[in-house]
Design a protein around this ligand. Structure first.
Ligand code: ADP
Ligand code: MG
Length: 278
């Protein structure tokens, strides 16, 4: 039996922006009725240019920002939109990693505390003594070391900080990880390492990913399914191979044509080589 980890039905998000003396109030239709359904262990990549609504959808799936209308289901359970946030139980299941590993870590907090925080807040049943062990283990899982436990974020590179953000997101054994441009701020070679790490973690923990990116070469590498967003709408949604080999919408055709084929291929080969070597 297939397990659907996340589903959205006709999700809408409007933002009302108050005008000023010379400007009228206006409404931004950031997401205009997006439906998706994702099985356990799969990766859905959401791609599209800046401002098309990708991050808004990511915030809706994690209920950081509830939708104006539509349904969100996690593990088949309808999320109570009116509650404005996830229940503690769902909070454990759904985690998010943002693009900027600098902004998302508190500079005054030691890495060990960064990792133990989710347990303190959302898994009070885990005894204090065990928190430390779990954090140490997670450091190793993401390619860091137990001796990093007492260090501060500024002592790490961008790639390492993103590993820390990923480790923090995994501390509660989530089912679903929403990754909003998780490698976009990193150098290409570091991007490949972090993508490989994510692929390994997905296998090990049976994770389901909603992976947001504006980079087609990355999408091609990691996605099982692809959604292309354009002005708040899903103009393309299907398996990676179907979307890449036979894009239906004019926007997608233009998007694909705009990325030089050679670039995509060379990056893909490099990633594949790295993956084999790792
Ligand atoms: P993307 O992540 O694809 O770049 P976003 O989801 O961030 O796109 O934004 C989609 C649209 O919604 C944009 O027009 C953006 O300006 C608008 N928007 C996003 N968040 C807000 C907000 N909090 N208030 C007002 N408008 C917003
Ligand atoms: Mg965004």
């Amino acid at each position: 039996m297939t397990e659907i980890v996340v589903e959205t039905r006709d999700i809408v998000r409007d933002y009302h922006i108050g005008g000023g003396l010379f400007r009228k109030d206006r409404t931004v239709h950031a997401v205009k009725g997006v439906s998706l359904k994702l099985e356990k262990g799969k990766t859905l990549a959401i791609v599209g240019e800046s401002g098309c609504g990708k991050s808004t959808l990511a915030r809706i799936i994690t209920m950081i920002d509830p939708p104006t209308a539509g349904d969100l289901l996690i593990d088949g359970e309808k999320v109570d939109i009116g509650r404005q946030r996830l229940t503690p139980e769902l909070r454990r299941k759904v985690q998010i990693v943002f693009q900027n590993p600098y902004g998302s870590l508190n500079p005054r907090q030691k890495i060990g505390d960064v990792l133990m925080d989710p347990l303190i807040i959302n898994a009070k049943d885990v005894p204090a003594a065990e928190r430390r062990d779990r954090a140490m283990q997670m450091l190793t899982k993401v390619g860091l070391a137990p001796e990093h436990f007492n260090r501060y974020p500024h002592m790490f590179s961008g790639g390492q900080r993103q590993r820390i953000a990923i480790a923090r997101a995994l501390m509660l054994n989530p089912r679903l990880l929403v990754l909003d441009e998780p490698v976009s701020a990193l150098d290409l070679s570091v991007q490949a390492q972090v993508l490989n790490l994510l692929a390994d973690l997905q296998d090990e923990f049976g994770l389901t990913f909603v992976f947001i990116s504006h980079d087609l070469s990355v999408v091609r590498y990691i996605a099982d399914e692809v959604m292309v967003m354009y002005f708040g709408e899903a103009v393309e949604y299907g398996t990676r191979d179907a979307v890449f080999s036979d894009p239906k919408h004019d926007y997608t055709k233009t998007l694909f044509a705009a990325t030089p084929r050679a670039d995509v291929e060379s990056i893909r080969k490099r990633l594949a080589k790295k993956k084999k070597a790792a």
